[in-house]
Design a protein around this ligand. Sequence first.
Ligand code: FES
Length: 148
Amino acid sequence: MITLNVNGKAHQYDDDENMPILWALRDILKYTGTKYGCGKGLCGACTVHLNGQPIRSCATPVSAVGDQKITTIEGLSEKGDHPVQQAWQALNVPQCGYCQSGQIMSAVALLENNPKPDDEQIDMAMSGNICRCGTYERIRKAIHLASD
Ligand code: FES
């Protein structure tokens, strides 16, 4: 039995400890805002925070997380009004939207580490988050807007 600490709540977990935390979050705890893309740690769709730092939840087993602090997109704000979420809405960033929770989680981590990133720093921090719709330009603008 592991106590998972997700979005400030304790959850008792007694399933497979080798399971990627992505599936524990989505299928067992029903935090479905975190998405499955490649399953190989390559696309960033499954990004969540572990102790405030972005991780690929598809490539991180439950046993590696233990009771450390996990934050998903649902845990960023009560009403979807975190400054980064507000910037995303103001600039209509998503197209299909599938990758966007991972994009937002990476952007939030970037701004917590670097409150005023330049374009190069944004591109470097976001390079692991792939968007098939090509919303990169709007993502860059939204990160600048959220950093103002
Ligand atoms: Fe985890 Fe693609 S689903 S990186």
